[in-house]
Ligand binder design. Structure first.
Ligand SMILES: [Zn+2]
Length: 83
């Protein structure tokens, strides 16, 4: 999982994402999914990984669009992006 340094609003607009609220069942706190994440075939948002650990976070993913693939290439170079 990659954490691209992008503007949250642009990320949401580009991938048609929605920030949702994650209610952690362990600590009973709420965490919005407002951290941009990038996978090879999808892009999304993740809630903050807090003291409860990675198992208690939420990730929302959507398939990557053409613009996301271009960003992927910027991060890993032309060859990596097409693999
Ligand atoms: Zn928690």
């Amino acid at each position: 999982m990659i954490y691209p340094e992008v503007n949250l609003d642009e990320w949401i607009e580009r991938h048609k994402l929605l920030v949702v609220n994650y209610h952690c069942p362990k600590c009973q706190n709420d965490f919005p999914t407002n951290v941009p994440v990038l996978l090879k075939d999808s892009a999304g948002l993740q809630s903050k990984i807090h003291e409860c650990g990675r198992d208690f976070s939420k990730v929302v993913l959507v398939p990557r669009t053409g613009s996301a693939k271009r960003l992927w290439k910027q991060i890993f170079g032309e060859n990596e992006g097409e693999r």
